[in-house]
Ligand binder design. Structure first.
Ligand code: SF4
Length: 325
């Protein structure tokens, strides 16, 4: 079965995605999913979404992909147990040590190895398979060739992003420590979890500092380039039939931080593309709509990144001035 999975950065986005043809929605629980609180859902909203999705035979998955500190492991397992209890059917996890604990406690819950686990090669996939994971989320710097290698070498189910890096960046998703060095404020979540604003891995989102303009200097010499540390992924089209033919189980649309109308249009688009590919039809006719969606996607991404970087600059100025950010 080929499943189209959409982001649920808000209830509005999640319901619109289900209405436009998503089979599944993934959401982030507040404080536990590497996003600003505005793009995460509280437990009541997650329960409402699970009930609504189940009415149409669809499902909800929870991205709980931060790295718990030693004292937070029990809290993490409690969170997973509460999601399983309300009918969530899968969790995205990035901490390998926690996967066997989740597997033992919840044999029926699907465990997805989050893209933030930073899977590098087929041996990594085998390792996560032995730990008890069900799905591996393919890093979006990978392509059809790498997915085929995993398919041939491992029974792990595949989850492919519907976007990809056109250029190889300098930072691999999940292997970035920049944000962790840039936390600007420490808070306590409602459930007593530590939140470090600015540090995605500790539940405080990230200021997208990889998207800023950096300079390379050595003493008073400056490198002529201003490198971007990370290139921006773009929505893909031409690879979809190959992924479908390979039997990729889940296609994932990113974008919890985008607007609900854009995400809904992207869901509707990929619903038609995937269905056409499943019927063995050609997909060239989708190209104009794809180009238009790519433009809208990039526009929203640039606005979002600019505003997050401005937030980082403001926080940096406040710290330098000795004012609590
Ligand atoms: S700084 Fe960039 S690469 Fe690092 S976590 Fe943030 S968005 Fe990802």
């Amino acid at each position: 079965m080929t499943i189209l999975m959409a982001p649920g950065g808000s209830l509005e986005m999640a319901f619109a995605s289900l209405a436009r043809g998503a089979d599944s929605v993934y959401v982030g629980p507040r404080g536990w999913s590497r996003r600003p609180a505005t793009d995460e859902l509280d437990d009541g909203a997650i329960a409402e979404l699970v009930a609504e999705a189940a009415r149409d035979g669809k499902d909800v998955r929870v991205a709980i992909n931060v790295m718990p500190a030693p004292g937070e492991v029990g809290l993490f397992l409690d969170r997973v147990a509460s999601f399983a209890k309300i009918g969530v059917s899968g969790v995205m996890v990035c901490d390998p040590g926690l996967i066997p604990l989740v597997r033992r406690a919840h044999p029926d819950l699907d465990i997805h190895v989050s893209v933030t686990a930073g899977v590098f090669n087929v041996e990594d996939v085998r390792f996560y398979d032995e730990l008890g994971a069900d799905y591996v989320v393919l890093p979006y710097r990978w392509g059809v060739e790498e997915a085929a290698q995993i398919r041939a070498a491992s029974p792990m189910k595949l989850e492919a992003f519907l976007f990809q890096n056109p250029h190889r960046g300098r930072i691999c998703p999940g292997r970035c420590y920049s944000s962790s060095y840039f936390h600007v404020k420490h808070l306590r979540g409602d459930d007593d979890k530590d939140i470090y604003l600015g540090s995605a891995a500790r539940g405080g989102s990230c200021y997208r500092i990889c998207r800023g303009e950096w300079s390379l200097t050595a003493g008073d010499r400056r490198h002529p380039d201003s490198p971007r540390l990370k290139s921006s992924p773009e929505l893909l089209l031409w690879e979809v039939p190959e992924y479908v033919a390979m039997g990729v189980e889940r296609f994932k649309i990113p974008g919890r931080e985008r607007t609900a109308p854009l995400v809904a249009d992207i869901v509707g688009f990929y619903r038609r593309v995937i269905d056409a590919a499943l019927r063995g039809e050609r997909i060239e006719g989708f190209a104009p709509e794809w180009l238009e969606l790519k433009d809208r996607w990039s526009g929203e991404r640039d606005n979002r990144d600019d505003s997050r970087i401005r937030g980082a600059e403001r926080a940096g100025r406040a710290i330098r001035a000795g004012v609590a950010a």
